[in-house]
Design a binder for this molecule. Structure first.
Ligand SMILES: [Zn+2]
Length: 269
C-alpha cells in the first residue's frame, strides 16, 4: 500500500542531517513517493541532490511569502533556471495575511510572477494560503489561475470554498492538522472535497500530527519532536475514518492524484 506525501521539506536543516534515517523510516511506513518543496533561494540548490540520493522524490521550486523580503534582484531568472534544469513543479508560493499588511502588495507581485512562470513552463503549482482566501480568489479570477493544476497545501479554507476552488482546478492537500479532533473546519472541508482532488501530506518537518508518540516516523534531536514523512500514515488513517474509506482506498486515490501533479522524475519502478 504505497503512500505519496504531496508536500514536505526534506532540505530543512532539522531533517537534512538525518535524511538516511528519515527516508528509511518513510519507506518502512509505506511512503514511496514525496514532493519536496523548496521555499527560498538558499534552499533551491539543496533539492537536486536529495532527489538524486533518494528514489521517489519529486521536486518543486518557489519563493514562499515568508521569504520574499530577502529576495535579490534576478531571483525570477534564477528560479526559471532551476525549473528548466530538471523536471519540477512550482512552489511553495502563496499569500499569507498573517504577515504584516505592508508586505501584501509585494506578496501579490511575487505570487503572480511565479504563476505566470508556471504557465509559461507548463508546470503545476503548490500554494500556501493563510487568511487570504478571499483575496487569492479575487486576484486570480482577474489575473488567471494556474493552467496545469495546483495544490492548496495543508488546506485551511472553508468547506464552502471547496466547490468554487474545484471548478478553478484546485487539488486539496490535508496535513497532520486534520488529526486534531477540534479541527472542525478542516474536517468539514475534507467532507466536501471530490475524491479525484484529494491529497495527503506531512509538511515535514512542521505540522506534527496529534498521535506523534505512536508514529515510527518521528525522530528527536535537540529534545524536540520533528515531523517526518513516515507520519503520513497518521493523516491517511484520519482521512479514511472521516471519509468512511479503507486505508488502502485513501492510499490509492491520493497516490494517483499526486502522481498527476508531478513533472517527470521521482518515479518508482
Ligand atoms: Zn510547506
Amino acid at each position: 500500500m504505497p503512500l505519496f506525501d504531496a508536500h514536505c521539506h526534506l532540505q530543512d536543516a532539522r531533517l537534512l542531517p538525518h535524511l538516511d534515517t528519515v527516508m528509511r523510516q518513510a519507506s518502512e511506513a509505506g511512503v514511496t513517493r514525496l514532493m519536496c518543496c523548496g521555499s527560498h533561494e538558499q534552499d533551491w540548490p539543496l533539492l537536486p541532490d536529495i532527489a538524486d540520493r533518494f528514489p521517489g522524490v519529486s521536486l518543486s521550486f518557489g519563493l514562499h511569502p515568508w521569504y520574499i523580503g530577502a529576495r535579490a534582484p534576478g531571483w525570477l531568472d534564477r528560479l526559471k533556471a532551476q525549473l528548466t534544469a530538471r523536471p519540477s513543479a512550482v512552489g511553495e508560493i502563496g499569500l499569507d495575511h498573517a504577515l504584516a499588511h505592508t508586505t501584501f502588495a509585494d506578496q501579490e507581485s511575487v505570487f503572480l510572477d511565479q504563476i505566470h512562470l508556471a504557465n509559461e513552463l507548463k508546470r503545476p503549482v503548490t500554494f500556501h494560503c493563510r487568511r487570504a482566501w478571499g483575496r487569492m480568489k479575487e486576484l486570480l479570477d482577474e489575473a488567471g489561475w494556474p493552467a496545469y493544476g495546483f495544490v492548496l497545501h495543508s488546506y485551511s479554507g472553508s468547506a464552502e470554498l471547496v466547490e468554487p476552488l474545484t471548478r478553478r482546478g484546485a487539488f486539496f492537500s490535508f496535513s497532520g492538522a486534520l488529526t486534531f479532533e477540534q479541527n472542525r473546519k478542516g474536517r468539514e472541508a475534507l467532507e466536501a472535497v471530490p475524491l479525484d482532488r484529494l491529497l495527503i501530506e506531512t509538511d515535514a518537518p512542521d505540522m506534527l500530527p496529534q498521535a506523534e508518540r505512536a508514529c515510527p516516523g518521528i525522530i528527536r534531536n535537540t529534545g524536540k519532536p520533528i515531523n517526518t514523512p513516515g507520519a503520513l500514515v497518521l493523516v491517511a488513517r484520519t482521512v479514511a475514518a472521516l471519509r468512511r474509506l479503507t486505508l488502502e482506498e485513501v492510499a490509492a486515490i491520493t497516490y494517483r492524484n499526486a502522481s498527476t501533479l508531478c513533472v517527470g522524475g521521482g518515479q518508482t519502478p
